[in-house]
Design a protein. Structure first.
Length: 294
């Protein structure tokens, strides 16, 4: 309540008026769909007919549905297979670009290009690169005696192939966040460590990492959440195949709702998935031991 005492009633009213478009947008496209999905999860509904109340029937059915468990495994595989390498690669590139060298800015701009390319366009480009006959990767693998590699049609290669394109696109974005954190560290701390003859690893371990802890936590949480929500590459490249090895939960929800017209099952799956991501976020907060300073 103290914060409100700093502003006059008129300032508060004007603030709410200017913030209202964002509040309305967030409520209409984020909050309302969550509550609506929660409501539909208790009904059996094929979109065309009248919903019939089933209580927890959809949730019980999901818990016995092998396809749903497979999609959960696929989502976990993809999320951590993408996010964990990004944590370290983004940090490494941020440390490299934090040093001054010739054409630093030019290389940084080039390295950042994948971020500004829309995900669906990036996905199509990589699908062409992965083509076993004329894809760009064949120019690398053919001299090695590797031809007609089934990048997207092999149950062993499909998920790693999608993970690679996601890492390539995501690393520059998180690298910029790390870089912003690195530039905010006072140079006096680094210089003091150098005077004390600390090695680069010691400087990184005992100065940079503690000061970057809030940034690291942000990158960890956001990268995992976004990785769990990715839909485009799986829809455009494999459609969940081969078999169901790349059918992540968002794709399972989409197919259940719009292919099989099972809106109740799709809503129940989305609610379970949302709860799982929420719990996982709290676990990551606990694991990384971030404590807010007063």
């Amino acid at each position: 309540m103290k914060i409100w005492k700093r502003y006059s009633k008129r300032e508060v009213i004007y603030g709410l008026i200017f913030a209202s478009p964002a509040i309305i947008f967030f409520g209409a496209f984020y909050i309302f769909p969550i509550f609506r999905a929660f409501q539909i999860s208790f009904y059996k509904w094929d979109i065309l007919g009248t919903p019939s109340y089933t209580g927890l029937g959809n949730f019980k059915r999901l818990l016995t549905l092998g396809e749903f468990y497979q999609s959960l495994r696929a989502s976990l595989y993809y999320a951590f297979g993408t996010a964990v390498p990004i944590w370290f690669l983004a940090m490494g590139f941020a440390l490299a670009f934090n040093n001054k060298f010739r054409f630093n800015t030019s290389y940084l701009v080039i390295f950042y290009i994948p971020v500004v390319i829309p995900l669906i366009v990036w996905t199509i480009l990589w699908r062409l690169m992965y083509h076993p006959s004329y894809g760009l990767l064949t120019f690398v693998t053919k001299p090695l005696g590797l031809v007609n590699i089934p990048w997207l049609t092999s149950s062993k290669l499909a998920m790693p192939s999608i993970i690679i394109l996601s890492i390539w696109k995501g690393t520059p974005a998180y690298m910029i966040i790390y870089l912003a954190g690195l530039t905010s560290i006072p140079k006096e701390y680094i210089e003091a460590a150098q005077i004390d003859r600390a090695t680069k690893f010691q400087t990184f371990r005992y100065i940079i990492v503690p000061l970057l802890k809030p940034v690291i936590l942000y990158v960890v949480i956001i990268s995992v959440i976004i990785a769990f929500q990715i839909f485009d590459p799986f829809y455009a490249m494999t459609a969940g195949g081969p078999g169901s090895t790349t059918r992540v939960v968002p794709l399972f929800v989409y197919q259940s709702a719009f292919h099989h017209l099972k809106m109740g099952i799709a809503s129940a799956a989305s609610i379970i998935f949302f709860s799982m991501i929420l719990i996982l976020s709290f676990i990551l907060l606990k694991v990384f031991g971030f404590e807010r300073e007063e």
